[in-house]
Design a protein around this ligand. Structure first.
Ligand SMILES: Cc1ncc(C[n+]2csc(CCOP(=O)(O)OP(=O)(O)O)c2C)c(N)n1
Ligand code: SF4
Ligand SMILES: [Mg+2]
Length: 354
């Protein structure tokens, strides 16, 4: 009698891993407590996808935020990262301190239009001017969602609250301001345009200076009605993508180059690796041209257009840490003997002051 060997069981199909060997679950966070349908939650999921696809190591990320529904976002991704939920509008100062102490952190800041453009404006402008190497994403719904839907400084002139109140003040355009103040990566997207947002996020993570992404993110509870210019309906019917955009990281570059038709794309190589690929949609626009970007935004905001895409990129721009000429040492890990003067040195200083 012959005994047949049973076939070996097929290996169990495990979860898909990114290029550093981690499943996407390692990039997830706590369960969201925001209103069902809030644009901010779509952005959270897109941030998770972008960081996973880029193979960012979760323990190297510092998540920074202020106060608002938007600022809660950082709790909903990357459970294994560092995080600091700052006072309303004060995230830039905290992020600056964290980056100075440890320049190796991948810093992801999430803020709101109120947190950034109202109470936090004084801090935000200096973050732009300093070109701090971090991602700064504004979840822009035109209202203070957490405090029940008052207009914020990014609300469009003439847009209406649910109560019928009309906004009679002009908006602050965060993208124009960012370009003017020296930010080297400036983009706008729409939370319902997940495909575009994902590519912009990946390129922003690859940028070695400050990346500002202004994402229109509808507040379904207070600003998603007819008369609002930050609603899902308004966004879907008015969004005008400037171009099609893609980001190809270094490790995918070789495969991608095979099927790209010559002459169709504009390539923007990034100094730390990877390439932004831009395909024109109608108009000729080069996001490396600062004057053209400012002109484009001036004309489009005067017409109250909802333009999305990468408006400006200056890949080689020096960031704050370059400008300070900080050496490679990570201050947070230096021994105390190197970071504080000795008792004798302090005593000598005191003697000199007598
Ligand atoms: C110092 C201080 N002032 C005011 C408030 C009240 N407050 C909390 S969140 C918020 C506005 C949040 O708006 P935004 O940043 O647009 O976030 P959203 O909730 O719309 O996502 C305000 C005014 C506060 N928490 N702290
Ligand atoms: S109030 Fe608005 S911004 Fe806040 S969670 Fe609800 S829908 Fe989102
Ligand atoms: Mg808001």
């Amino acid at each position: 009698m012959s005994i047949e060997t049973p076939p070996a069981p097929a290996p169990a199909a495990g979860p898909k891993l990114n290029h550093i060997g981690l499943p996407i679950v390692d990039y997830q966070g706590a369960k969201s407590t925001l209103c069902a349908g809030c644009g901010h939650d779509v952005i959270t999921n897109t941030i998770i996808s972008a960081l996973w696809e880029m193979g960012v190591e979760p323990h190297r990320v510092a998540k920074m935020s202020g106060i608002g529904c938007s600022s809660k976002t950082t709790n909903y991704f990357l459970n294994r990262a560092w995080g600091f939920n700052a006072v309303h509008g004060r995230m830039p100062a905290v992020a600056t301190g964290a980056l100075l102490a440890n320049r190796t952190l991948v810093t992801v800041g999430v803020s709101g239009d109120g947190d950034t453009a109202a109470i936090g404006m004084g801090q935000f402008v200096h973050l732009l001017r300093r070109n701090m190497p971090m991602l700064y994403l504004v979840e822009n719904n035109g209202v203070y969602g957490l405090t029940k839907g008052q207009f914020s400084p990014t609300a469009d002139y003439g847009s209406k609250l649910k109560t019928g109140v009309v906004n009679d003040l002009p908006p602050i355009d965060l993208c124009t301001m960012a370009i003017e103040l020296g930010c080297g990566f400036v983009a706008r997207s729409f939370s319902a345009d997940r495909k575009q947002l994902l590519q912009i996020l990946k390129a922003a993570v690859a940028h070695r200076g400050l990346s500002l992404i202004d994402v229109i993110s509808p507040c379904v509870t207070f600003n998603d009605h007819p008369g609002s210019t930050k609603s899902y309906d308004y966004g879907r019917t008015h969004e005008q993508p400037l171009h099609e955009i893609g980001f190809v990281p270094e490790w995918e570059q070789a495969a991608q180059e095979v099927d790209v038709p010559a002459g169709e794309l504009m390539d923007v190589p990034m100094p730390n690796g990877g390439t932004i690929k831009i395909r024109k949609v109608g108009r000729d626009f080069d996001p490396r041209d600062k004057a053209a970007a400012l002109d484009l935004l001036r004309v489009s905001s005067a017409k109250q257009e909802f333009l999305t895409g990468l408006f400006y990129v200056e890949p080689e721009k020096q960031n704050f840490l370059d400008l300070l000429n900080l050496g490679p040492a990570v201050l947070a890990t230096l021994p105390e003997s190197k970071t504080r003067p000795s008792r004798a040195a302090l005593a000598q200083i005191m003697d000199e002051l007598k």
